[in-house]
Design a protein around this ligand. Sequence first.
Ligand SMILES: *Cc1c(COP(=O)(O)O)cnc(C)c1O
Length: 375
Amino acid sequence: MRPIQMVDLKQQYLQIKQEVDAAIHEVIDNASFINGKAVQDFAAGLAAYLGVKHVIPCANGTDALQIAMMALDLQPGDEVISPSFTYIATTEVVALLKLKPVFVDVDPKTFCIDPVAIEKAITPKTKAIVPVHLYGQAADMEAIMAIAKKYSLAVIEDNAQAIGSDFCFSDGRKQKTGSIGTIGCTSFFPSKNLGCYGDGGAICTNDDALADKMKKVANHGQSKKYYHDIVGCNSRLDSIQAAVLNIKLPRLDAYINARRKAADFYDNAFAGNPKIAVPFRAANNKHVFHQYTLQLEGVDRDGLNQFLADNQVPSMIYYPVPAHRQQMFAASGAASYVLPVTDWLTERVISLPMHTELDQEQLNYITSKVLEYVK
Ligand SMILES: *Cc1c(COP(=O)(O)O)cnc(C)c1O
C-alpha cells in the first residue's frame, strides 16, 4: 500500500507533471515573473468559473481577507461578526485592522456560522459578517444575505475551504460560494482544494467600484505608477503560481468529485456506528470536502488520533482551540463569549485523510483502523 498522507500533493502532481513543468518553464523563459500573462489568464479563468465579474489575485488567503476589509473602509472599533470555529486568519485580520472581532456560534450539523446567532450579535457598530464555508460546506448564505440586507451589512465570504461549491437558493437559483456575498476571499495554499505550489489567494466581487478599490489596496494604494492615493499593501500572486493554477483550475470539478467519492466511501463504512457522526450534507449546497471531519460521541478522540498515528494513518484536529480562546484575544476578554457548540465541537471533531488520490486499498485500511478503535 502507498503510504497514506493527510493530503497527497506529490501523487497529484505526478498526474499533471508534464503540463505543470512546461507551464512553469514558460514563465521562466519569458521572465514574466510578476503579473505576467499567466496571472491575467488565471484571473479571467477563475472569474468565468465562479460566475463573478472581477477576480483580483493576491498573495494568500489571509491578505485577501485583509484587503477586503481595507477596501470596505471599516474604521477602528467597527464590529465584524465571524465564527470562532475557524482557522485563525479569519479573525486575526479583523484585530490587525483594529476592528472588533465579534464571535458567534456555529450550527452543530454544518459547523458553519449560525444565522440566528448572527442576528442576535448585531449592534449599531456592526459593519460586516464573515461567514466561513468550513471544511467545504457552505454556510447558509440565503439567511445570511437576508440579514445583511436588513441591517445594511457587508458580507465577506471566507471561501478558502470551499472553492467550487454551489449554493442553491430556495428559488432554485445556484451560485458558486465566494460569488454570493459583497466580496469573496479564497486561498490557494497547497493543501486547499485548488492549491498552487506555494502561497496564493484571490478576492472576487461583482461590484465595479469595490474591485477598483481592492486592486488599488493590493498595490500600495496606487492609481498610476508612483502615485499613491491611499495606504495599501503589497500583495501579488506570482506568475509561476498562476501558471500552476491554470493547469489545475480546469480539473477542479474532477478533483471535487474524487473527494466526494472518498467521502461516500467513508460515509458507508461508518454508517450505523452510533459513536460516529459522519459529515452532514445540507440540501442547499454541494459539500466539496476540503476536510472529511467526524464528530465522535463517547470516544476518546485524542486516543483515536494517537492510535491512527501508531498505525500510519494521519488524522488531524481542526481546530484544537477556537479563536475566542486563543491567547491573542485573551486581553480583549474573548474567552468570556459563551459558544457551547463551538466548545463542544472542539472536543469531538477529528479529520481523516482527504485528497484526490486516495485509493481503495488506502480507504479500506483507514476505515478498518478507525472501526478497530471505535467498536
Ligand atoms: C487557509 C485559510 C485561510 C488563509 O489562507 P492563507 O492562504 O493560508 O493565508 C483563511 N481562512 C480559512 C478558513 C482557511 O482555511
